[in-house]
Design a protein around this ligand. Structure first.
Ligand code: NAD
Length: 448
């Protein structure tokens, strides 16, 4: 598989694609490793995860630099992403010693529950945040006593391969954490169909997720899905308009809009609609789209020429309010773009663009805002800008999305749960309960 630098279009390296036979062999090794990994004393498993975190910490800049080259992420973002892997590993390193069952009073004996690990967990990730998304699956899965086979996206295998080396250097036994770069149709599908893989953690498009769900159904395989989004940024007339406008570009153009939580639909209450656009324009023009290795870069390129063509297809024929700027080629650059939605039927208003394009639409009142926000098949994230506490509570309860923020665009904190409603996903990752999703609750009654 060719690995390309999206900022330059240059070939970085080639990575061999794992074959079906190699995938089967790796799953077999992970199944064998599971038998001893589940028996490792909790304190020892915790220590190994902390050592893995320490290895990541010691190689933070190297991992970040690798992601800048492979995914085109700005160096600031990439450093945060590598740090997130370390933090998530550290956070779930506490799990082995805390994953306790319960004793429930039952007459005539002793009744106890256990949280048993599942076995081999297959983790399939997309190219947009290769490191953190992988860690949100593998850290709690390993902590709960499972072994992991991780398949990175075809376009971005480099940091995952490096993480596998760091896990080995940390002392994780062979077969506990395996990375298999390869095609979705080969490695990904085999993880779904292989009987010894007990759970799939998938992050990616809703189309692929739907297919994987059908595949898992055949074996009643456990499944977590983190899929697409078309999140709303609701700006009410009573909001701090300066802050709402100043932060709106970041909420959608971060990672060049290749973010499942991107607030790609801005809804503005009619009395402040014109003023909001006046404030938004300089903020969009100010976004620094440049060589992602520069510390000053705020946005880098898109992942591929294909992704750029897809993004452009949404802008073709749409009403452009204004755009920012971006470097000319080489590389897969696209300027931040603000579109005016003629109606909620517009394709760019309805579909996930997954690029630096945001659509704006006015609304009349609170009920109208909620109706428009919910008029989508997705339900991942969203923001609500208002100074009215009552409204903040009402609207955040009424919007059907898994992760909302009021007067902020924050979506993901590893110690709080994350995931989507409707076609944005199934199950939750992160937060204190995530390890439980990698276990089966077993109840045992011991008669006196
Ligand atoms: P994608 O669905 O094309 O691919 C994701 C992964 O699935 C890749 O590793 C791919 O190789 C693999 N795959 C493809 N076909 C497969 C199959 N038949 N069986 C098993 N695996 C298969 O997604 P993408 O284009 O890489 O990523 C973009 C999408 O990911 C967007 O829709 C975005 O919203 C979504 N996403 C969601 C979240 C979230 O947390 N909800 C986070 C990031 C990205």
């Amino acid at each position: 598989m060719q690995v390309v630098n999206p900022a330059t279009g240059e070939l970085i390296t080639t990575v061999p694609a794992t074959t079906l036979a190699e995938t089967d062999a790796a799953i077999g090794r992970a199944a064998t490793a599971f038998e001893s990994w589940r028996a490792v004393a909790p304190a020892d498993r915790a220590r190994l995860l902390r050592r893995f975190a320490a290895q990541v910490d010691a190689h933070l800049d190297e991992l970040a630099a690798l992601e800048v080259r492979n995914a085109g992420h700005t160096v600031g973002n990439a450093r945060w992403e590598a740090g997130n892997v370390r933090d998530v590993l550290d956070y779930y390193a506490a799990t082995p010693e805390r994953l306790t069952g319960r004793q429930i009073p039952v007459p005539g004996g002793l009744d106890v529950t256990f949280h048993e690990p599942l076995g081999v967990v297959g983790i399939i990730v997309p190219w947009n945040f290769p490191m953190p998304i992988a860690a949100w699956g593998f850290a709690p899965a390993l902590a709960a006593g499972n072994t992991v086979v991780l398949k990175p996206a075809e376009l971005t295998p480099l940091t995952a391969l490096r993480l596998a080396e760091l896990a080995r250097d940390a002392g994780l036994p062979d077969g506990v954490f395996t990375v298999l770069p390869g095609e979705g149709s080969v490695v990904g599908e085999r993880l779904v169909t292989h009987e010894q893989v007990r759970k799939i953690c998938f992050t990616g498009s809703t189309a692929t997720g739907t297919r994987i769900m059908a595949g898992c159904a055949a074996q009643v395989k456990r499944l977590t899905l983190e899929l697409g989004g078309k999140s709303a940024n609701l700006v009410f007339a009573d909001a701090d308009l300066d802050r709402a406008a100043a932060t709106a570009p970041y909420a959608v153009f971060d990672n060049a809009g290749q973010d499942c939580c991107a607030r790609s639909r801005i809804l503005v209450q009619r009395p402040v609609y014109d003023r909001f656009l006046e404030l938004l324009e300089p903020a969009v023009r100010a976004v620094r789209v440049e060589d992602p290795t520069r510390e000053s870069a705020e946005m880098g390129p898109l992942i591929s020429a294909r992704q750029r063509a897809t993004v452009a297809s949404y802008v073709d024929g749409a009403e452009v309010a204004f755009t920012g700027s971006c470097p000319d080629g080489p590389g897969f650059w696209y300027a931040p773009t603000v579109l005016l939605a003629g109606s909620p039927a517009d394709r760019h208003w309805r579909e996930e663009v997954f690029g630096p394009v945001v659509s704006v639409l006015p609304f009349d009142d609170e009920a109208d805002a909620v109706r428009l926000a919910n008029d989508t098949e997705y339900g991942l994230s969203g923001s609500i800008w208002t100074r009215d506490v009552g409204r903040a509570i009402r609207v955040s309860r009424a919007v059907a999305a898994g992760n909302l923020s009021v007067n902020s665009h924050s979506s993901v904190r590893y110690w709080t749960p994350f995931g989507g409603m409707k076609r944005s996903g199934l199950g939750r990752e992160l937060g204190p309960d995530a390890p439980l999703a990698f276990t089966e609750t077993k109840n045992v009654f011991i008669s006196t």
